[in-house]
Design a protein. Structure first.
Length: 352
């Protein structure tokens, strides 16, 4: 079959146009150079990690793949307790870290581990963390590691899960070996429990082998994430003994090397991280709690028991912490900021 020159020319022209259309890519919203970051996280993807996973996804989308944040799980980039050290050494560009893994590295951050502070409300939780992470004492803690807090990990209240005799009243905690860090650990010690700061990745084996009786973790996502119901017999659901500080921190050196448009992009994404985290926690609670109640004994304390715990245990721990840190910073001021933030947020809600 013969083809005219005009038909062949038209075919080539059409083919060229189709190829050009296929390879054409939309311009990125935020143009810039190729940058690859490493961000360290312990454990596996879960509600806790949802915030930075969202940031990594959005950064890649908005820059057309030019700015990539690779999240390394399970100590891929750094040991659990050495994330701040790794940032200082320049081995990673950012990480989550938990305050009670190494209190000496971040003394001001330990205020969030004091027992029975009013952080149960999500709005209070977020606002109090945002305010305190800008406080000079917190900034100083991170300066020594060449880091700064990028976004708070909005930690839910902790609860206990364990095996053996259920702690039906406060006296039952005496002699129990529990995973409880910071001020929460001090509070449990005042109840007669034996505290330990075992990392989250080690608690399953500890419960399974019987070397630990109870584990405090953020309720309920972390209990499920580390599969504790498999080796547990009971859980507390309204003790709300406290929380912790496990923020996402970035290397100051790495951040300062970014072009201004990338720095702005990261800052603009912070509010989204909070919305994503809260939704992740709420969604996982809706799934986990029915499963917990179907398999485990739920322990619900009376208001009288909880008030006794606050009076006898919480306030003394606060006072001891303030006294222990008086040469470093004004601990009472940090506690007051949390309480004042709670009052302000609640008043605004009541006016609506």
């Amino acid at each position: 079959m013969k083809f005219s020159k005009k038909i062949l020319a038209a075919a080539f022209a059409l083919g060229y146009a189709m190829v050009g259309t296929a390879v054409a890519q939309p311009a990125p919203e935020v143009a810039g150079p190729k940058v690859d970051w490493r961000f360290s996280v312990w454990g596996n993807p879960r509600a806790f990690t949802a915030g930075m996973e969202h940031v990594a996804k959005r950064v890649k989308e908005k820059t057309g793949g030019s700015f990539n944040i690779t999240i390394g799980y399970g100590e891929q980039f750094s040991k659990d307790r050495e994330n701040l050290d790794s940032i200082k050494l320049g081995a990673i560009d950012g990480a989550y870290f938990c305050n009670f893994y190494h209190p000496g590295k971040n003394p001001a951050f330990m205020v969030f581990s004091l027992p029975f502070l009013p952080l149960g409300d999500w709005d209070v939780n977020i606002e109090a963390r945002k305010r305190l992470y800008q406080h000079p004492a917190f900034v100083k803690d991170m300066d020594q590691w060449g880091a700064f807090v990028y976004a708070a990990a909005v930690m839910p209240q902790y609860e206990f899960m364990g095996r053996g005799k259920p702690p039906q009243n406060m006296a039952d905690w005496k002699g129990m070996r529990v995973r409880a860090g910071g001020g929460l650990g001090d509070a449990m010690a005042k109840l007669g429990a034996v505290k330990t700061t075992t990392t989250a990745t080690e608690v399953y084996t500890a419960l399974q082998r019987g070397s630990m009786d109870g584990v405090s973790l953020p309720y309920s996502y972390a209990h499920a994430a580390y599969k504790l119901p498999e080796v547990s017999e009971w859980f507390t659901s309204n003790m709300s003994p406290g929380t912790s500080a496990c923020p996402a921190v970035l290397s100051k050196a790495s951040f300062n090397k970014l072009p201004p448009q990338y720095q702005k992009l990261l800052k603009d994404l912070v509010p989204e991280t909070y919305a994503v985290q809260v939704k992740a926690y709420q969604d996982i609670d809706a799934k986990n709690l029915p499963a917990f109640r179907a398999k485990l004994k739920e322990i619900v304390y009376t208001p009288q028991q909880l008030e006794e715990l606050r009076v006898k245990v919480a306030k003394p721990v606060w006072d001891e912490w303030v006294a222990a840190n008086k040469k470093r910073f004004n601990g009472q001021e940090l506690i007051d900021i949390i309480i004042q933030t709670s009052d302000e947020v609640q008043k605004k809600k009541n006016k609506k």
